[in-house]
Ligand binder design. Structure first.
Ligand code: C5P
Length: 222
């Protein structure tokens, strides 16, 4: 059977990684979370106090940084140099700074280069903001997931509850909207639906229904 590439893009907290993982598992493909790579670099920059507006400083930092995504039975493990940062890259601090790191053109160039290398063995599901437009423009299946800000904030809220903490819906909404705005308005490969991507509004769909639709698209392409 032919092995294809599936690109899943969309705004923050639209459920991309959850469905991408599910689809990858069903197909026996590898899953690559590109947001985790920008998050890992952001975490390191915050620790090493590199100015997030200093593009060249960040490029130098990235040059000496190994970011690896390992597949384990419990899901994806993100390694930053020799440290497991799977959980640390999800803190509010990283979440609220990552878009400033990701807007630099030279950072994106290097990340895209690394991501294309990771995806060179086909049989891949990759999620992010620019996968269908820049990282894998040749992907056989391109999906653009959207949902209202209210629904995305609600999902984040429930996700946080499961992790054991309550959050303010208003703050979540504002944070999601702000990240979308920076990601959509940046000059270097902004968040954009590829012309040939299929848009799925997940607002009133379950994760399983979304995964099912993507698997339908995939089976037509395989
Ligand atoms: O997907 P996730 O929410 O973890 O992504 C974190 C941030 O990384 C995004 O808000 C965006 O700024 C950046 N990103 C990006 N391009 C990608 C993936 C993520 O700019 N392909």
């Amino acid at each position: 059977q032919r092995e294809i590439a599936i690109a899943i893009d969309g705004p923050a907290a639209a459920g991309k990684s959850t469905v991408a993982k599910m689809v990858a598992e069903k197909l026996g493909y590898i899953y690559i979370d590109t947001g985790a790579m920008y998050r890992a670099l952001t975490m390191k920059a915050l620790i090493e106090r590199v100015d997030l507006e200093d593009e060249n400083g960040l490029v130098e930092l990235l040059g000496g940084t190994a970011i690896t995504l390992e597949q384990s039975v419990n899901g994806q493990i993100v390694m930053l140099d020799d440290r497991d940062v799977t959980l640390d890259i999800r803190t509010n601090e990283v979440t609220n700074h990552v878009s400033y790191v990701a807007k630099h053109r030279k950072i994106r160039q290097e990340m895209v280069r690394r991501q294309q290398e990771l995806a060179s063995d086909r049989g891949v599901v990759m999620d992010g903001r620019d996968i269908g437009t820049h990282v894998l423009p040749e992907a056989e299946v391109k999906i653009f997931l959207v949902a209202t800000v209210e629904e995305r904030a609600k999902r984040r809220y429930e996700e946080n509850l499961k992790k054991g903490f309550t959050s303010s819906m208003d703050e979540l909404k504002e944070e999601i909207a702000q990240r979308d705005q920076i990601d959509s308005e940046r000059e270097a490969s902004p968040l954009l639906k590829a012309a040939d991507a299929k848009e799925i509004d997940t607002t009133s769909l379950t994760i399983e229904q979304v995964a099912e639709r993507i698997l339908d698209e995939a089976s037509q392409a395989i």
